[in-house]
Design a protein around this ligand. Structure first.
Ligand SMILES: Nc1ncnc2c1ncn2[C@@H]1O[C@H](COP(=O)(O)OP(=O)(O)OP(=O)(O)O)[C@@H](O)[C@H]1O
Length: 303
């Protein structure tokens, strides 16, 4: 198995590059190294390896944040000669909360010299756009979009306060966001929701930098979970957000949770969509966004 690091030097407010320069000195095994130069580059690199099935197995290790792992998995989906690994060097790192990641080069060295076990995990798709953690429409997508391009993020990251960005935008969006009406089709049934703040489809429990939005999610069960938050006052939404950190929000009657293999979500106006916290455009009020699970579509290093 050949080790390949895919490094996003821009992750964690460009701190990742410095971390990589220290990390690489501790790697005692042979490896290839790629630096991403723009969004989408990690997917292109992973796709290149996905086309090299005849050359044996590859361990593609993301050195960056959630966006970097997301891109690598999207490029490697369906290629069973590729095993994905991750070293968390981003600001949110929800991936590391829901999935096993490597803590050091020594750990990777032990893995390569030892069992080389891997496990298949599910991948989500939102109209063909992949997600490993979650994808959603509404309030959370507005926040992901805003924080993704925030001038505050690199500044706060420098002081180790990246999470504060989420808090700032949650409060700001709370006062500016317009709720929407939502039609959900799941398992042959239809449900209508009024005054929706957000609807999130999860493959693993965490989103938004450590919020346990979907406690029932299990990324290898062949299922995805939909969480719809609706009909809440702005003040109560803040309480719900507070309780999300502990996964206690599901007790609120305004929080509905469904489990299934596919959900169609149709909002009555244009609403922002995110996949793994990355901007995925807006919904179209004329047609639903179809969320699906692709069971066992990618492999993660370790058991
Ligand atoms: N050289 C580059 N310059 C600018 N952006 C890049 C570069 N390489 C990759 N990217 C983009 O940087 C974005 C953010 O990366 P990533 O998510 O890994 O870090 P983060 O935002 O610090 O962490 P997290 O998502 O865990 O909060 C990704 O969308 C990725 O496509």
């Amino acid at each position: 198995m050949e080790a390949v690091f895919i490094v996003n030097p821009a992750a964690q407010g460009r701190k990742a590059l410095g971390r990589w320069n220290s990390f690489r000195k501790t790697a005692t095994f042979p490896y290839q190294e790629f630096m991403t130069d723009s969004p989408g580059h990690a997917t292109a690199i992973a796709r290149g390896f996905a086309g090299r099935r005849k050359e044996g197995k590859f361990l593609l290790i993301a050195f960056g944040g959630d966006g970097t792992v997301h891109e690598i998995i999207a490029g490697a989906a369906g290629a069973d000669h590729i095993v994905v690994g991750s070293v968390g060097a981003g600001s949110g790192n929800d991936f590391g909360r829901g999935f096993r990641s490597f803590a050091s080069a020594a750990e990777i060295g032990r893995y390569l010299g030892g069992s080389k076990d891997s496990m298949a995990f599910d991948l989500g798709s939102a109209d063909g756009d992949f997600f490993v953690n979650s994808s959603g429409i509404g309030f959370d997508a507005v926040i992901s979009k805003a924080t993704g391009r925030s001038f505050l993020k690199p500044i706060l990251n420098r002081f180790g306060l990246g999470k504060l960005v989420y808090a700032i935008y949650i409060v700001r969006t709370l006062f500016t966001f317009r709720t929407f009406n939502l039609e959900v089709s799941a398992g042959g049934e239809q449900r209508q929701y009024q005054d929706v703040w957000f609807a999130t489809v999860s493959n693993q429990p965490y989103f938004g930098g450590g919020m346990k939005i979907s406690p029932a999610s299990e990324p290898s069960d062949g299922l995805i979970e939909l969480t719809v938050v609706s009909r809440l006052s702005r003040v109560k939404l803040l309480f719900v957000f507070g309780s999300v950190f502990f996964g206690a929000h599901t007790a609120f009657r305004e929080v509905d949770s469904l489990q299934g293999r596919s959900f169609s979500l149709k909002a009555d106006r244009k609403v922002p969509l995110h996949t793994d916290g990355e901007d995925a455009g807006d919904t179209d009020p004329e047609r639903p966004v179809v969320f699906k699970v692709l069971p066992g579509a990618w492999r993660l290093a370790g058991q």
